[in-house]
Design a protein around this ligand. Structure first.
Ligand code: UT7
Length: 331
């Protein structure tokens, strides 16, 4: 009998209605549409507005849509993992808030924090539960409300990030499809280049941390860029080599959407042409854990059973990784 693998049997996405354009950012900070477009590829991003609206709102909308699309009864979900860097609270986990709101009464849930690589880490984690044979339905959410930790006075970060996310349903299959391989990496030495200085246990919130604007993303952009461009391409190339894949074998590269220049360099290293690269950075910017599920959701109609996808991401931590999967269904 073939071994059990985890297949993606549905994907969903959600972005808030409010569109923050480059032109609106020109009014907030010293920047231009031209700079943002040419340096990052971003034209606009979505912002979740309203009192008490956290990342769980994005997760709940995504999972509701996923259950409807896949005709899944919420009580049948075994596990819900939420990859997020902007949880609603330090505790409890955003996964639990989502599970409660959608009626997943029999599921256990937890959050996974690996910054921009979080969705890839969570997808690899979720697939392991399925492969044991014990779990039949695992929901993996990737969602962030980055606007809650962005300083709209800092032009080097506020132009990049946006809010949004998506979810996938994992189920077992014994056919040659689903998640085939993953490579996950992290290096805490990179923490100093991309982090949030306060609000955690080492530096709890107080008046001084707020006055010093330490509850926002701190990023040394060009340092992170150099690591991202090298490591994302290298890990994607490594997973291709491990699975005897050439550029022509790949149907789509599904890259984390941090910067169009990083994506282009990754595709070049992999020998993949531009038409085989999933892109939505122009519309949504960098939604951190949301970028990869949002890409899958946007391109779902174009995907066919047995299409070979390479997912790749790089993020704070540093963290990076890649997944090779075969798409399991025709839309
Ligand atoms: O998502 C996970 C991890 N994150 C990433 O992968 C992001 C990686 N980094 C990047 O994408 C890029 O480094 C940025 C988009 C953040 C910045 O682009 P860059 O080409 O690396 O610019 P830079 O930081 O080297 O700055 C170049 C210049 C600076 O001015 P001076 O010092 O040369 O006068 C910046 O102050 O560009 C300036 N600058 C801006 N100018 C206009 C930075 N941000 C802006 C802006 N508008 N929004």
């Amino acid at each position: 009998m073939n071994k059990i693998q985890a297949k993606i049997s549905g994907v969903s996405g959600y972005v808030p209605d409010y569109v923050l354009t480059n032109h609106e950012l020109e009014q907030l900070v010293d920047t231009t549409d031209e700079w943002i477009s040419t340096r990052t590829g971003i034209k606009e991003r979505r912002i979740l507005k309203g009192e008490g609206q956290g990342t769980s709102v994005i997760g709940i909308e995504s999972v509701k849509q996923l259950l409807e699309k896949t005709n899944t009864n919420p009580v049948d979900i075994d596990l819900l993992i939420c990859a997020t860097t902007t949880p609603d609270y330090q505790f409890p986990a955003t996964a639990n808030l989502i599970a409660d709101a959608i009626g997943a009464k029999n599921a256990f849930g937890y959050d996974l924090q690996a910054a921009c690589s979080g969705f890839i880490f969570a997808l690899a984690t979720g697939s392991q539960y399925i492969e044991t044979g014990k779990y039949k339905k695992v929901v993996v959410v990737g969602a962030d409300k980055m606007s809650s930790i962005i300083d709209y006075e800092d032009r080097s970060t506020c132009v990049i990030f946006g809010d949004g996310g998506g979810a996938v349903l994992l189920e077992p299959t014994q056919e040659d499809t689903g998640i085939i391989d993953s490579i996950l990496r992290s290096d805490g030495a990179g923490a100093k280049h991309l982090h949030m200085k306060a609000g955690g246990s080492s530096r709890p919130a107080n008046h001084a941390t707020i006055d010093a604007r330490e509850h926002f993303v701190y990023q040394e952009g060009s340092v992170v860029f150099k690591f991202a461009v090298t490591q994302m391409a290298a890990v994607a190339k490594e997973i291709m080599e491990n699975n005897q894949l050439e550029g022509n074998d790949i149907t789509y590269l599904v890259p984390h959407q941090a910067n169009k220049r990083i994506i282009d360099a990754t595709a070049r290293t992999m020998g993949i042409s531009n038409d085989k690269v999933m892109l939505n950075i122009d519309k949504y910017g960098n939604t951190t854990n949301g970028t990869i599920p949002l890409c899958l959701w946007n391109y779902e109609q174009k995907l066919k059973r047995d299409d070979k996808l390479i997912l790749a991401a790089f993020g704070g931590g540093f963290t990076w990784g890649s997944i090779y999967l075969k798409w399991a269904y025709n839309s």
